[in-house]
Design a protein around this ligand. Structure first.
Ligand SMILES: [Zn+2]
Length: 77
C-alpha cells in the first residue's frame, strides 16, 4: 500500500486536482482521496469507493459513489 499523502508536497501546486485534494476528504471515512483520470473522479482507497465528477465538480455523495477499483474485489465471486 502506497502512503500517497506523504508525496503530496512534492507535486507542483498548479494542478487543479491537487488543490481539490487538499480540501477534499472522503465523506464516509474522512480518509485522503486519490485523483483518478479514468474514469475521472476521486477514489478512497480505504472505503474502495470512487466519487465521480459532474460538470467539473466532484460529486462527494456517498450514495452516488461507485465501487473502486472497478471490477475489483467483487469480480472474484
Ligand atoms: Zn473512505
Amino acid at each position: 500500500m502506497v502512503l500517497w499523502t506523504t508525496e503530496v508536497k512534492a507535486v507542483p501546486p498548479n494542478s487543479a486536482n491537487d488543490k481539490l485534494l487538499a480540501i477534499l476528504a472522503c465523506p464516509k471515512c474522512h480518509g485522503s482521496l486519490k485523483s483518478i483520470d479514468e474514469p475521472e473522479g476521486f477514489a478512497c482507497e480505504s472505503c474502495g469507493l470512487l466519487y465521480g465528477v459532474d460538470d467539473g465538480l466532484p460529486n462527494m455523495l456517498i450514495d452516488d459513489a461507485r465501487p473502486w477499483p472497478e471490477g475489483g474485489a467483487e469480480a472474484s465471486s
